[in-house]
Design a protein around this ligand. Sequence first.
Ligand code: SF4
Length: 321
Amino acid sequence: MSLLEVRNLRVHFPVRHGLFSRARQFVKAVDDVSFHIEPGETLGLVGESGCGKTTLGRALVRLLEPTAGSVLFEGEEITRLTGAQLRARRRKLQMIFQDPYGSLNPRMTAGEIVGEAIDIHNLADSTEARRKRIAELLKAVGLDPIHALRYPHEFSGGQRQRIGIARALAVEPKLIVCDEPVSALDVSVQAQIVNLLHDLQQQRGLAYLFIAHNLAVVEHISRRVLVMYLGKVVELSDAKSVVRAPKHPYTQALISAVPVVDPDSKRQRIVLPGDVPSPINPPSGCPFHPRCPVAEARCKKEIPALREVAPGHWAACHLAK
Ligand code: SF4
């Protein structure tokens, strides 16, 4: 049994054009997305901003309500849980955020932030046990337990992200949705946080959904990679295959934009025209066709199915093989 099984998930938001407008239009932020995550594995999720990555992550931990579809966590349908049942499940399914400052209460010390998570789920039976647990967690993420009395503004960006990780770890999760956890940090600090997440995974058997727009970071930490465009999955395979032999023209363009260290590399950058179109009025046929460098006439009419184009390698493109 997979740790997480997502089937045909949809998150659509109604759009109003004016105060009295009755127009029923929807932003299809996540549209018919299916995938699974195994215990202890990292699935990378990539795409440009506006492709639905963050909405998908938030729907999985029920910070947003899915419109349709199924999310099975350890075989249990979590889209229908409410109240105490949902809180109990949420313990195993945590999230860390892109902006470590915005996601930490500025009026609480690092110790209080981590301790709050322990209290919500009654995970310490005495003040001493609670204090010890906070110190242990801060140490586990590379912070000095003495700093439990400091406030978020007294830490650097990387240290604040470490507090966010300690808060997520406090409730002993099995899966952490990491929403662009290093995008707001300096490059040197990014590597430290990615390595920390990797070490914690090895020590604690954690699984991650690692959301990022930087494919180099995703390749480093992920076993498999899923690429999204306009709310849909366009490619899914093991990380090496996606990065070294991408099948979908969109993934090929994303990879061509990653800087290469090798001066002899013959890789040419594929520049995509325009931005991601509005998900309110997505293009007909293949949603990528207005920007695709190899689009054909049928791409405007026929929606490509996500199909297995090589063993274990899935792509949604008429031409992929
Ligand atoms: Fe490009 Fe057509 Fe493939 Fe879509 S289906 S990615 S438009 S070639």
